[in-house]
Design a protein around this ligand. Structure first.
Ligand code: ADP
Length: 300
């Protein structure tokens, strides 16, 4: 029996891609796609040639996070063409192929694997410095397929995104174990939503009564601050939202022997940037999260 022709086609196609990075998470909703999107934006801003492949077949959020909702992919004689944000940032997602984004994709494993295979062998990326692959949460069929296909062409490793609380970290341990079992290097773990941070001037201040009613006293508080201590308004205020008394991701990394890349706070401006499909680095609005993300990306 000769070599698998699909695998041969994938190896050929991926020969023009220098680095391949998988972004994983144990649970959904922890910010994996947000991180993948911002990583792709950051690498493109550094003038690298970047591809972002979304294999979250049941919940593709990458098109929206890159500002490409409603776009179509095109076919050329070289294969499927990614949708481009900039000439050096191309995106491929099943989200571009669905006639109605509200409709559920109910596919069994083999069909999902078939599409992942097709993405890897039929998308014409051209020369890429980085291919960032945004995987679905967990460790299921899609993960085994993508790892198996990418390993044939060399994969740099995986970044795991988590939130600080124990329930999320238990699943991260499973991701780490998955990577170890399949022989993928863990490049590191990102602790996302690690506290809420935003400029004090963006907070709303409430006066609560004993019956739980509250009135908005924001303008009064801001006026007091402006008059008495205007420099306080320039501060970024932070508070823990999730319980990280167990030591969070940093401790888990120490215990499992994988690198800890850093913490990204919950930042309403980052959420807004993701909703609007923007880079959080492009302007200075993401004051709380952009420096943290930048520090993490520099470590990679
Ligand atoms: P996942 O890919 O893990 O399912 P998403 O990246 O889709 O998670 O994030 C879930 C939601 O949380 C999105 O609306 C996203 O914009 C928001 N979000 C993620 N990380 C942050 C953060 N650090 N600050 C604010 N909002 C965030």
């Amino acid at each position: 029996k000769g070599p698998d022709p699909d695998l041969v086609a994938i190896v050929e196609r991926m020969a023009t891609v220098k680095h391949k990075i998988l972004v994983l998470s144990g649970k959904g909703g922890v910010g994996k796609s947000t991180f993948s999107a911002q990583l792709a934006f950051a690498l493109a801003a550094l003038d690298f040639q970047v591809g972002l492949l979304d294999i979250d077949i049941c919940g593709p959020s990458i098109p929206k996070m890159l500002g490409l909702e409603g776009q179509d992919i095109h076919q050329s004689n070289l294969g499927w063409s990614p949708v481009y944000v900039e000439s050096n940032l191309g995106v491929m997602s099943i989200g571009f192929m669905l006639p109605n984004p509200d409709e559920a994709v109910i596919w069994r494993g083999p069909r999902k694997n078939g599409l992942i295979k097709q993405f890897l062998k039929d998308v014409y990326w051209g020369e890429l410095d980085f291919l960032v692959v945004d995987a679905p949460p967990g460790t299921s069929d899609e993960h085994i397929s993508i790892v198996q296909f990418l390993q044939a062409t060399g994969i740099d490793g995986a970044i795991i995104v988590t939130t600080p609380q124990q329930v999320s970290l238990i699943d991260v341990r499973k991701e780490v174990s998955f990577c170890k079992k399949v022989g993928v290097q863990v490049l590191g773990v990102v602790e996302n939503m690690s506290g809420l941070c935003q400029p004090l001037s963006d907070f709303r201040f409430m006066q609560m009564t004993e019956t739980g009613e509250h009135s908005d006293v924001t303008s009064w508080v801001l006026q007091c601050l402006r008059e008495k201590a205007p420099e306080v308004l320039n501060l970024v205020a932070c508070t823990d939202v999730f319980d990280s008394s167990g030591g969070g991701a940093a401790k888990m990394c120490e215990e499992t022997g994988v690198p800890f890349l850093g913490k990204v706070p919950l930042d309403p401006q980052l959420c807004k940037a993701a909703e609007e499909g923007r880079s959080c680095f492009a302007d200075n609005r993401c004051r709380a999260s952009a420096p943290a993300l930048k520090g993490i990306i520099e470590k990679l």
